[in-house]
Design a protein around this ligand. Structure first.
Ligand code: SF4
Ligand code: ZN
Length: 762
């Protein structure tokens, strides 16, 4: 342990706690102890404080307790003659720093100073989603940085964190040697799909400024989140880490040790300090080390070798100019590689031969009309994609053929018709896997920087940006991407992949007809694929890396609660990886067809949940409902007063008739526990005939978030007809018509909702 680091960290933490105390005193005088304190869109109060102290801070006055505790953690700066190890003291100082930093940010919120103002800045994406009509909803200027991550985003990243698509997160503090190096570092991280949090500055200049100046799109959609231009905002990264443990690990506030260990074992994060490290940065770094997150600096600082708190080294110094390499770009690349090594982040990158950066971090990029070179599909042209299984000898692996002209002749911002036909062959391939693989086209193509893909089948819509076209991106690259990714990700079931891209009208028509016939066939097959027609369901334990006792039981009529895995996906996944997270569950003897009990599912539930769950009812919310991890798309919850259930979507931040928002409800639904009356579900389960069928089915839905009603309008209409009540959806309240149980009762009476006369739910 370095005395130098201990000294500086302890000095930094003393200064910060004192500053926080001073700010709090001032705020108490000006705003009073009852002034409300909160971070937006989270149910976890001040998450770090909640996690470490178990304290639910809601008012300024409560911050007194937080700072008192922080002060107790402080130690005097080591004297010049002492030779004892300082690790314990340094770690305590780190924790004190984090508590004080969170308190200061909370006070800044009271004054409207967070998220940090940044005139002219626009966040990429955020909660924007693609509407049912394919609209992309471009957002206006926001003029501020991101601030803390909201719970919705944390949950929607959940599945990527657990399935390894997002291998970890990096907190960058400071500023890079040059703008070019800043961009290179971030691109290297994006390429590996590592979530990157940006904060801090060196002499007033932040990596955020550098990236904004270079026109790098920052925001949730590009895995790069600008917290703030000072070191303090790094606290949001640790708040995110705490919430991962609370959201997915089923831990409760106050379980400090468990939360820290959880992060050390499961959250692959590190801190990259760019530029000079001051006392406060040392202090904050000491805070991160508590979580098992190592710190890598690109300047000369003393190192801290392994002691067990982090997996490998705690602090690593890699002075930028001394890194081997021909130029700064190579040095930046090596620096990122080092970070990954030190934290032991498992990264897999597909080697995709395209002239633009490639990785999941680019999946969410939006190509705006003004930046567009060309589009396929959308308003002015047609684009379809179709994946077909063919015999092995009919495919030439790696062949990419363009039938028709490229887009070079089309005017800038123009459009053209396009058909993408992917033919795959493999001994393990089955026709049932066609839609599973075809759905991947969306993610694979979107991974290229500067390319935007929306939709599927015959309503696909692809945009190529000017920047990508200038770098030489052309039609052939669609084929190259698809070949590379299908071979890398699905190599166990596809041996050969051939891609043909059509731009001539006759050929497009011809293949569109073939594709549509296949789509029809698949639709019928899916409609036919019911729970009573199969011998086995599938387990999914992917989320156990984060929620150790949770299992999804996936049946043809009930997909996983994250919405990402249906029965066919699980079946394909089992073929690809027979020892992986999706195992067939032989149904065995049917015990109860109404509630959905089989000997096989019950036996599996016990084993899969490590004894936490004894039985699981596939079709009931009231009796032994399925457990939830943290990444559910919706929460279904009983509202006893009206004999029905409400369905709250992850995107809905408004108040529900249960008196809680989604975030608060999620705390009750998650954690791998069975809670009768509460269930996390995938949104397509809502339209399944087996949706809580033991409890009365879809007619029990009395309240539903409006964004669900809108985005799934057609599906719900069909359900209403199936249920024999074509106006059913209009009888269901939402946040616009009822925010309390009283309002809800009035609404349901007025609209004559069927649940009011159904038999009692319990
Ligand atoms: Fe997690 Fe269930 Fe989705 Fe599997 S299906 S990834 S266990 S939520
Ligand atoms: Zn999950």
């Amino acid at each position: 342990m370095s005395k130098y680091i201990a000294t500086r960290a302890i000095r930094g933490s003393n200064a910060l706690v004192t500053e926080a105390e001073f700010m709090l005193q001032k705020a108490l005088n000006e705003k009073g102890p009852d002034a409300k304190v909160e971070f937006p869109n989270t149910a976890y109060y001040l998450p770090l404080t909640l996690g470490m102290m178990g304290l639910e801070v809601e008012t300024l006055g409560q911050l007194n307790d937080v700072l008192e505790h922080a002060r107790k953690l402080l130690h005097p700066v080591p004297s010049s003659r002492r030779w004892t190890p300082y690790l314990g003291e340094t770690l305590d100082a780190g924790m004190a720093t984090l508590l004080a930093a969170e308190a200061i940010e909370a006070i800044r919120y009271v004054y409207g100073l967070q998220p940090e103002p940044f005139p002219g800045f626009q966040l990429a994406g955020g909660t924007a989603f693609f509407g049912a009509n394919g609209s992309t909803g471009e957002k206006g200027l926001e003029n501020h940085l991101n601030g803390p991550i909201d719970d919705i985003q944390l949950r929607s990243w959940g599945i990527q964190l657990v399935d390894g698509r997002m291998p970890g997160f990096a907190a960058i503090v400071g500023a890079a040697k040059s703008n070019e190096v800043a961009v290179k570092i971030v691109r290297e991280l994006q390429k590996r799909n590592i979530l990157t949090f940006l904060c801090g500055n060196v002499n007033g200049r932040s990596i955020i400024d550098q990236l904004v100046e270079e026109g790098v799109e920052l925001g949730y959609d590009t895995y790069t989140v600008p917290f703030g231009r000072d070191t303090l905002s790094a606290i949001y990264a640790l708040g995110f880490a705490v919430r991962s443990a609370l959201t997915f690990g089923g831990m409760k506030g106050g379980q400090a040790r468990d939360i820290l260990l959880y992060n050390r074992e499961r959250v692959f994060a590190f801190v990259l300090a760019l530029g000079e490290v001051d006392d406060l940065k040392y202090a904050a770094a000491a805070g991160a080390i508590n979580f098992g997150f190592p710190v890598i600096a690109d300047t000369v600082i003393p190192e801290i070798l392994p002691t067990g708190i982090t997996k490998y080294e705690h602090v690593v110094s890699m002075p930028f100019n001394e890194i081997e390499g021909n130029d700064d770009f190579e040095r930046a690349e090596r620096l990122v590689q080092k970070c990954i090594e030190v934290r032991g982040v498992k990264v897999k990158i597909a080697d995709v031969p395209v002239p633009v950066p490639y990785g999941s971090a680019f999946e969410g990029e939006v190509v705006r009309k003004a930046d567009m070179r060309i589009e396929f599909g959308g308003k002015h042209s047609r684009c379809f994609e179709y994946l077909q299984m063919v015999p092995l000898d009919e495919v030439v692996d790696g062949k990419v053929e363009i039938v028709g002209p490229g887009f070079e002749q089309v005017a800038s911002q123009g459009s053209m018709d396009l058909g993408i036909v992917v033919q795959v062959a493999g001994r393990q391939m089955q026709t049932d896997f066609e839609p599973v693989l075809e759905r991947q086209i969306h993610y694979f193509i979107n991974g290229a920087s500067g390319i935007q893909h929306i939709g599927q089948r015959d309503i696909a819509w692809i945009r190529v940006s000017n920047a990508a076209a200038e770098k030489g991106f052309n039609l052939e690259h669609f084929g190259k991407i698809l070949h590379a990714r299908f071979k890398t990700d699905f190599g166990a079931i596809v041996d050969k992949v051939q891609v043909t891209i059509f731009t001539v009208p006759e050929k497009i028509q011809e293949w569109l007809a073939v594709a549509r016939e296949a789509f029809d066939f698949r639709n019928k097959r899916l409609a036919d694929l019911t729970d009573n027609k199969v011998e086995e369901f599938y387990s999914c334990t992917l989320c156990q890396s984060f929620a150790p006792d949770h299992v999804c039981v996936v049946s043809p009529e009930r997909l996983g609660l994250c919405g990402a895995y249906n029965w066919l996906d699980c079946k394909a996944s089992f073929s690809i990886n027979p020892t992986g997270p999706n195992q067939p569950i032989k149904l065995g003897k049917l015990i109860d067809p109404i509630k959905g009990y089989w000997t096989g599912t019950n036996d599996y539930a016990k084993v899969g949940s490590h004894g936490q769950v004894q039985e699981v009812a596939m079709y009931s919310i009231m009796e032994n409902p399925m457990t939830a991890c943290g990444c559910f798309e919706c929460i279904v919850m009983l509202i006893p007063e009206v004999n029905g259930v409400m369905v709250v979507s992850r995107e809905d931040t408004s108040m529900t008739p249960a008196g809680m928002t989604f975030s608060t409800l999620a705390g009750i639904a998650g954690g791998g526990l069975q809670t009768p009356g509460v269930m996390g579900v995938g949104k397509f389960y809502l339209v399944s005939p087996k949706f809580i069928s033991a409890d009365g089915g879809f007619k029990r839905v009395v309240w539903m978030s409006s964004n669900l009603k809108e985005t799934m309008a057609e599906e719900f209409k069909a359900v209403a007809i199936r249920e024999g009540d074509p106006d059913l959806i209009e009888k269901i309240a939402d946040e616009r018509s009822a925010a309390t149980v009283e309002d809800l009762m009035v609404f349901l009476e007025e609209h004559n909702h069927p649940a009011l006369v159904m038999e009692a739910m319990f």
